[in-house]
Design a binder for this molecule. Sequence first.
Ligand code: HEC
Length: 265
Amino acid sequence: MRIERRRSSVFAALLTGALCAHGNARAADEAGSRPGADWQSWRASTDVTNTASLQRGARNFANYCLGCHSLKYVRWSRMGEDLAIPEALLERHLLPPGDKPLEYIATSMPAADAEAWFGKTPPDLSLMARARGKDYLYQFLETFYIDPTRQTGANNLRLPTTAMPDVLSELEGLKRAVYRNVEKRGEDGRVTTQQEFDHFEQVVPGRLSTEEYDSFVRDTVNFLDYAGEPSQVVRRSLGVWVVLFLLVFTWLAWLMKREYWKDVH
Ligand code: HEC
């Protein structure tokens, strides 16, 4: 298995500059430990009209996800047009060698190998944002933690016992899940002690700071949201024009009505 990473820095500089931090109250927590008990309420808060974010997301996808996942309903050329990525840049930095812009975004990993390695074929991600919702994707990519009992060495809060390895650990670092004991009274009145997830503890730092990693994930989720419905950007901007047209038309109709009725009163 080979995961393409070499292009990331060049593409970053060319297209969008350094990763920008979105500023997130949660991320600004004390170094080393991150609160997490509220992880189920974390929101992706992405903006699909932010082209720079989508460009960074496309770069992230090509470098860190395409090794295993495809986007089989999106063509490279269409993506390039929607995200304002010039064809030369697209071919030089994003397209895998041998792929053509008109082709669909396909992973080079054979499904049978993936099945053998992971026990599951990595799903196509074209419709994942629509199927699961972008908050789910955000929580999924933010809640990987070390788990020596798993074959991949990692586990996930959003998708427990996931077959997906913690592929972003190089950027995020490694974190451990810390649990607390909670006493629960069962239906029979007996008190039992259960372990509940409490927070994450950073064990090994990654290449990115917490804020940078957070932006990285948001851009990636934003891109997957775009991929789920590539025409949503056009549809929304078209909507503004339609509403403007209706307003102008209403005004004209009102003027005309006034003109027609002015002699009647
Ligand atoms: C090394 C291979 C590999 C890479 C690289 C990889 N994944 Fe996965 N991914 C998997 C496998 C295997 C599964 C199936 C997991 C399961 O069903 O337990 C999966 C599942 C998923 C799912 C579905 C989760 C669900 O609820 O069913 C999402 C979303 C996902 N990956 C996103 C990503 C993103 C985003 C990236 C890039 C940052 C990425 N993956 C990189 C192997 C990979």
